[in-house]
Ligand binder design. Structure first.
Ligand code: GLN
Length: 238
């Protein structure tokens, strides 16, 4: 199981989202505190973010991504650049590859589709997913096929996650997705916590520090974050 994190709010450096927290994604790559599946996340990492448009357009452009197949803690180049890049919408992940899945960079989250970024924290029987998703996927990794399936209809992300979860009871389907202006997340089989501050909202597989404002989101929940704040909905009646 991997770990992932997202930020939506005032622009801040990639270092502050990914590297500079006492128990942030960097520490979670080698010493996660809440990880139930796997012990470390050394099989690659990735960050996707929406830059400030340079042409004056009000639209966030398509996201930029930086991914690698090596452990985050070995990436000195990223560590040197991350303090200098700022964004108001970021998704980052560290990977613990599921057995049988490819080890290369194309299998590292976040995956992209148009304006969207998506990270999958979990495992799914990708054979259950439609041929179109396999054709559109960036990799044969289960998470990449799932990303292609979900991003084909981003507005139905919660419905599609619940449908996949019902067909594959062994699946763990924690998703973090972003389009530059909103975050959409699901909790299905693993942990997710949310931190609301005056500057913005962070979603993370596990809290990046011991701030008492972190709130754990219950299993089987869809979380949406936008300019109006954080909303949660139950994904299926219990
Ligand atoms: N199944 C995905 C992969 O192999 C995600 C793994 C995870 O969440 N640990 O990359």
């Amino acid at each position: 199981m991997c770990r992932h994190v997202a930020w939506l709010g005032a622009p801040r450096s990639l270092a502050s989202v990914v590297l500079d927290r006492p128990h942030g994604l960097l520490q979670q790559s080698y010493a996660p505190r809440r990880q139930a599946h796997g012990t470390m996340n050394a099989d690659g990492w990735g960050v996707g973010f929406y830059g400030v448009p340079h042409d004056g357009s009000p639209d966030a452009p398509e996201p930029a991504r930086w991914r690698a197949a090596r452990p985050l803690w070995t990436d000195a180049s990223f560590a040197s650049v991350a303090p200098h890049v700022r964004s108001g919408c970021v998704i980052a992940a560290v990977r613990s590859a599921t057995v049988g899945m490819p080890p290369d960079e194309t299998a590292a989250a976040p995956f992209a589709g148009g304006r969207w970024l998506l990270s999958h924290n979990g495992v799914v029987d990708a054979a259950l997913l439609p041929d179109e998703a396999w054709r559109a996927a960036e990799s044969v990794c289960d998470a990449a096929v799932l990303a292609a399936y979900l991003l084909a209809k981003p507005d139905e992300l919660g419905l599609r996650v619940a449908a996949v979860g019902r067909r594959d009871p062994a699946a763990r389907l924690n998703i973090l997705a972003a389009d530059g202006r909103r975050l959409v997340a699901t909790v299905w089989g693993d942990t997710l916590s949310v931190l609301e501050t005056a500057e913005g909202v962070a979603l993370a597989s596990e809290p990046w520090d011991d701030d008492p404002r972190w709130v754990d989101v219950p299993d089987r929940t869809l979380v949406t974050v936008d300019a109006d704040g954080v909303r949660t909905e139950t994904l299926e009646p219990r």
